[in-house]
Design a protein around this ligand. Structure first.
Ligand code: ARG
Length: 258
Protein backbone atom coordinates (compact mmCIF):
# COMPACT_ATOMS: atom_id res chain seq x y z
CA UNK A 1 0.00 0.00 0.00
CA UNK A 2 2.78 2.42 0.96
CA UNK A 3 4.52 1.67 -2.28
CA UNK A 4 1.30 2.32 -4.21
CA UNK A 5 0.85 5.73 -2.55
CA UNK A 6 4.46 6.56 -3.31
CA UNK A 7 3.98 5.72 -6.99
CA UNK A 8 0.76 7.70 -7.03
CA UNK A 9 2.61 10.71 -5.59
CA UNK A 10 5.28 10.48 -8.26
CA UNK A 11 2.65 10.28 -11.01
CA UNK A 12 0.79 13.27 -9.56
CA UNK A 13 3.87 15.45 -9.30
CA UNK A 14 4.94 14.60 -12.85
CA UNK A 15 1.46 15.54 -14.07
CA UNK A 16 1.66 18.83 -12.20
CA UNK A 17 5.01 19.73 -13.72
CA UNK A 18 3.73 18.89 -17.20
CA UNK A 19 0.60 21.00 -16.81
CA UNK A 20 2.55 23.91 -15.33
CA UNK A 21 4.96 23.81 -18.24
CA UNK A 22 2.15 23.88 -20.76
CA UNK A 23 0.48 26.95 -19.28
CA UNK A 24 3.74 28.86 -18.90
CA UNK A 25 3.90 30.13 -22.47
CA UNK A 26 0.90 31.63 -24.26
CA UNK A 27 2.11 30.30 -27.62
CA UNK A 28 1.58 26.74 -26.46
CA UNK A 29 -2.20 26.85 -26.41
CA UNK A 30 -4.46 26.82 -29.41
CA UNK A 31 -5.34 30.50 -29.58
CA UNK A 32 -3.30 33.39 -30.94
CA UNK A 33 -4.29 36.58 -29.14
CA UNK A 34 -3.90 39.77 -31.11
CA UNK A 35 -4.11 43.13 -29.41
CA UNK A 36 -5.23 45.93 -31.69
CA UNK A 37 -7.03 49.26 -31.68
CA UNK A 38 -9.88 48.79 -34.10
CA UNK A 39 -10.47 52.35 -35.21
CA UNK A 40 -7.88 52.48 -37.90
CA UNK A 41 -9.43 51.67 -41.28
CA UNK A 42 -8.47 49.96 -43.56
CA UNK A 43 -6.07 48.10 -41.23
CA UNK A 44 -8.53 47.37 -38.43
CA UNK A 45 -12.06 48.51 -37.76
CA UNK A 46 -15.35 47.07 -36.63
CA UNK A 47 -18.42 46.44 -38.69
CA UNK A 48 -21.07 45.73 -36.08
CA UNK A 49 -19.48 43.12 -33.87
CA UNK A 50 -17.06 41.92 -36.54
CA UNK A 51 -13.43 42.89 -36.87
CA UNK A 52 -12.38 43.76 -40.41
CA UNK A 53 -9.33 45.04 -42.20
CA UNK A 54 -5.91 44.23 -43.59
CA UNK A 55 -4.33 43.37 -40.22
CA UNK A 56 -7.30 41.24 -39.21
CA UNK A 57 -7.11 39.21 -42.42
CA UNK A 58 -3.33 38.82 -42.32
CA UNK A 59 -3.55 37.77 -38.66
CA UNK A 60 -6.26 35.25 -39.54
CA UNK A 61 -4.01 33.78 -42.24
CA UNK A 62 -1.06 33.63 -39.81
CA UNK A 63 -3.17 31.93 -37.13
CA UNK A 64 -4.35 29.41 -39.69
CA UNK A 65 -0.75 28.58 -40.61
CA UNK A 66 0.10 28.15 -36.92
CA UNK A 67 -2.94 25.94 -36.43
CA UNK A 68 -4.41 28.35 -33.90
CA UNK A 69 -7.65 30.22 -33.43
CA UNK A 70 -7.32 34.00 -33.69
CA UNK A 71 -8.68 35.98 -30.78
CA UNK A 72 -8.78 39.78 -31.03
CA UNK A 73 -8.62 42.20 -28.11
CA UNK A 74 -9.64 45.76 -28.98
CA UNK A 75 -7.67 47.98 -26.59
CA UNK A 76 -6.21 51.47 -26.43
CA UNK A 77 -3.30 51.82 -28.83
CA UNK A 78 -0.98 52.87 -26.01
CA UNK A 79 -1.60 49.72 -24.01
CA UNK A 80 -0.75 47.24 -26.79
CA UNK A 81 3.01 47.14 -26.26
CA UNK A 82 2.75 46.77 -22.48
CA UNK A 83 0.19 44.00 -22.91
CA UNK A 84 2.45 42.13 -25.33
CA UNK A 85 5.44 42.65 -23.06
CA UNK A 86 3.64 41.19 -20.07
CA UNK A 87 2.36 38.20 -22.04
CA UNK A 88 -1.29 39.22 -21.80
CA UNK A 89 -1.44 39.16 -25.62
CA UNK A 90 0.63 37.00 -27.97
CA UNK A 91 1.08 39.79 -30.47
CA UNK A 92 0.27 43.40 -31.20
CA UNK A 93 -0.93 44.13 -34.71
CA UNK A 94 -2.32 47.59 -35.28
CA UNK A 95 -0.69 49.25 -38.27
CA UNK A 96 2.11 49.58 -35.78
CA UNK A 97 5.22 51.42 -36.84
CA UNK A 98 8.61 49.97 -35.98
CA UNK A 99 10.51 52.52 -33.87
CA UNK A 100 13.78 52.26 -31.94
CA UNK A 101 11.97 53.26 -28.76
CA UNK A 102 9.39 50.48 -29.12
CA UNK A 103 12.16 48.00 -29.98
CA UNK A 104 13.44 48.49 -26.44
CA UNK A 105 10.22 46.89 -25.15
CA UNK A 106 9.23 44.33 -27.79
CA UNK A 107 10.53 42.50 -30.85
CA UNK A 108 9.09 43.20 -34.26
CA UNK A 109 8.34 40.74 -37.03
CA UNK A 110 9.49 41.45 -40.57
CA UNK A 111 7.51 44.33 -41.97
CA UNK A 112 4.37 43.65 -43.99
CA UNK A 113 3.32 47.17 -45.04
CA UNK A 114 4.44 50.79 -45.09
CA UNK A 115 2.65 53.84 -43.85
CA UNK A 116 3.14 57.53 -44.42
CA UNK A 117 2.28 60.14 -41.85
CA UNK A 118 -0.12 62.56 -43.50
CA UNK A 119 -1.80 65.78 -42.52
CA UNK A 120 -5.58 66.20 -42.78
CA UNK A 121 -7.03 69.70 -42.90
CA UNK A 122 -10.41 71.26 -43.59
CA UNK A 123 -10.80 72.24 -47.23
CA UNK A 124 -9.83 75.89 -47.64
CA UNK A 125 -7.61 75.81 -44.54
CA UNK A 126 -4.74 78.25 -44.24
CA UNK A 127 -2.56 75.18 -43.71
CA UNK A 128 -1.73 74.33 -47.31
CA UNK A 129 1.53 72.47 -46.67
CA UNK A 130 3.43 70.99 -43.74
CA UNK A 131 5.41 74.24 -43.53
CA UNK A 132 2.23 76.13 -42.63
CA UNK A 133 1.68 74.05 -39.46
CA UNK A 134 4.20 76.10 -37.44
CA UNK A 135 2.43 79.33 -38.42
CA UNK A 136 -0.89 77.75 -37.44
CA UNK A 137 0.37 76.81 -33.96
CA UNK A 138 1.92 80.27 -33.49
CA UNK A 139 -1.53 81.70 -34.11
CA UNK A 140 -2.96 79.42 -31.43
CA UNK A 141 -4.12 76.52 -33.60
CA UNK A 142 -3.78 72.96 -32.27
CA UNK A 143 -2.71 69.69 -33.86
CA UNK A 144 -4.92 66.65 -33.31
CA UNK A 145 -3.38 63.17 -33.02
CA UNK A 146 -4.22 59.70 -31.76
CA UNK A 147 -2.59 59.28 -28.38
CA UNK A 148 0.71 57.34 -28.31
CA UNK A 149 0.97 56.95 -32.08
CA UNK A 150 3.96 58.07 -34.09
CA UNK A 151 1.89 61.08 -35.23
CA UNK A 152 1.65 62.04 -31.55
CA UNK A 153 5.34 61.38 -30.96
CA UNK A 154 6.46 63.56 -33.92
CA UNK A 155 4.01 66.38 -33.30
CA UNK A 156 4.68 66.55 -29.54
CA UNK A 157 8.43 66.59 -29.94
CA UNK A 158 10.34 69.81 -29.36
CA UNK A 159 10.84 72.32 -32.15
CA UNK A 160 14.57 71.54 -32.35
CA UNK A 161 13.63 67.93 -33.09
CA UNK A 162 11.19 68.89 -35.82
CA UNK A 163 8.06 68.78 -33.65
CA UNK A 164 5.66 71.49 -32.55
CA UNK A 165 5.79 71.07 -28.78
CA UNK A 166 3.47 69.16 -26.50
CA UNK A 167 1.39 72.25 -25.67
CA UNK A 168 0.28 72.56 -29.27
CA UNK A 169 -0.98 69.00 -29.52
CA UNK A 170 -4.34 67.57 -28.46
CA UNK A 171 -4.36 63.80 -28.01
CA UNK A 172 -7.45 61.73 -28.75
CA UNK A 173 -8.25 58.11 -27.92
CA UNK A 174 -8.57 57.21 -31.58
CA UNK A 175 -8.15 58.66 -35.03
CA UNK A 176 -11.88 59.08 -35.56
CA UNK A 177 -12.14 61.32 -32.49
CA UNK A 178 -9.21 63.43 -33.70
CA UNK A 179 -10.91 63.82 -37.07
CA UNK A 180 -14.21 64.83 -35.39
CA UNK A 181 -12.25 67.49 -33.50
CA UNK A 182 -11.01 68.80 -36.85
CA UNK A 183 -14.55 68.83 -38.24
CA UNK A 184 -15.71 70.89 -35.24
CA UNK A 185 -12.68 73.24 -35.43
CA UNK A 186 -11.16 72.18 -32.11
CA UNK A 187 -7.92 71.46 -33.96
CA UNK A 188 -6.52 72.95 -37.16
CA UNK A 189 -5.08 69.73 -38.57
CA UNK A 190 -4.71 66.03 -37.77
CA UNK A 191 -1.48 64.07 -38.22
CA UNK A 192 -2.20 60.41 -38.90
CA UNK A 193 -1.18 57.51 -41.16
CA UNK A 194 -2.12 57.97 -44.82
CA UNK A 195 -4.53 55.07 -45.36
CA UNK A 196 -6.67 55.81 -42.29
CA UNK A 197 -6.47 59.48 -43.36
CA UNK A 198 -7.99 58.54 -46.73
CA UNK A 199 -10.77 56.55 -45.03
CA UNK A 200 -11.59 59.37 -42.62
CA UNK A 201 -11.59 61.96 -45.40
CA UNK A 202 -13.90 59.74 -47.47
CA UNK A 203 -16.27 59.40 -44.51
CA UNK A 204 -16.42 63.13 -43.66
CA UNK A 205 -17.30 66.01 -45.99
CA UNK A 206 -15.04 69.04 -46.34
CA UNK A 207 -11.72 67.47 -45.42
CA UNK A 208 -8.59 66.95 -47.47
CA UNK A 209 -5.13 65.46 -47.17
CA UNK A 210 -2.10 67.66 -47.80
CA UNK A 211 0.04 66.50 -50.67
CA UNK A 212 3.23 66.63 -48.65
CA UNK A 213 4.42 63.39 -47.15
CA UNK A 214 5.37 63.82 -43.55
CA UNK A 215 7.43 60.66 -43.02
CA UNK A 216 7.48 57.05 -44.25
CA UNK A 217 7.25 54.15 -41.79
CA UNK A 218 7.30 50.35 -41.66
CA UNK A 219 4.45 48.38 -40.10
CA UNK A 220 5.22 45.15 -38.25
CA UNK A 221 3.84 42.82 -35.60
CA UNK A 222 5.00 43.29 -31.99
CA UNK A 223 5.95 40.14 -30.06
CA UNK A 224 7.32 39.73 -26.54
CA UNK A 225 11.12 39.72 -26.34
CA UNK A 226 11.22 36.32 -24.65
CA UNK A 227 8.90 34.72 -27.19
CA UNK A 228 11.45 33.78 -29.85
CA UNK A 229 9.50 30.74 -31.01
CA UNK A 230 6.46 32.82 -31.87
CA UNK A 231 8.64 35.44 -33.59
CA UNK A 232 10.14 32.71 -35.78
CA UNK A 233 6.74 31.15 -36.50
CA UNK A 234 5.19 34.50 -37.40
CA UNK A 235 8.09 35.50 -39.65
CA UNK A 236 7.92 32.17 -41.41
CA UNK A 237 4.16 32.55 -41.91
CA UNK A 238 4.55 36.14 -43.14
CA UNK A 239 7.25 35.07 -45.57
CA UNK A 240 5.03 32.33 -47.02
CA UNK A 241 2.05 34.68 -47.21
CA UNK A 242 4.18 37.26 -49.05
CA UNK A 243 5.57 34.69 -51.47
CA UNK A 244 2.25 33.10 -52.36
CA UNK A 245 0.60 36.48 -52.96
CA UNK A 246 -1.85 36.30 -50.04
CA UNK A 247 -0.70 39.59 -48.50
CA UNK A 248 -0.91 41.44 -51.82
CA UNK A 249 -4.37 40.04 -52.34
CA UNK A 250 -5.53 41.19 -48.90
CA UNK A 251 -4.02 44.67 -49.35
CA UNK A 252 -5.55 44.97 -52.85
CA UNK A 253 -8.96 44.15 -51.45
CA UNK A 254 -8.83 47.12 -49.05
CA UNK A 255 -6.60 49.49 -51.06
CA UNK A 256 -7.62 48.79 -54.67
CA UNK A 257 -5.28 51.31 -56.28
CA UNK A 258 -2.17 49.53 -55.01
N1 ARG B 1 1.44 53.74 -37.29
C1 ARG B 1 1.15 54.53 -36.15
C2 ARG B 1 1.95 54.04 -34.96
O1 ARG B 1 2.44 52.96 -34.96
C3 ARG B 1 -0.31 54.57 -35.80
C4 ARG B 1 -0.94 53.24 -35.54
C5 ARG B 1 -2.33 53.36 -34.95
N2 ARG B 1 -2.99 52.11 -35.04
C6 ARG B 1 -4.24 51.86 -34.62
N3 ARG B 1 -4.71 50.67 -34.82
N4 ARG B 1 -4.94 52.76 -34.04
O2 ARG B 1 2.09 54.72 -33.99
Amino acid sequence: MKKFIKILCVIMSVAMVVSLASCGSSSDDDTLTMATNANFPPYEYKEGENFKGIDVEIATAIAEKLGKKLEIADVEFGSIIGGVQSGKYDMGMAGMTVTDERKKSVNFSTTYATGIQSVIVKSGSKVKSVDDISTMVKEGGKIGVQQDTTGDIYASDTEENGGYGENNVIRYKNGADAVQALVSDKVGCVIIDNEPAKSFVAANKGLEILQTEFTVEDYAIAIAKDNDDLLKDINKALDELKKDGTIDKIVDKYIPSK
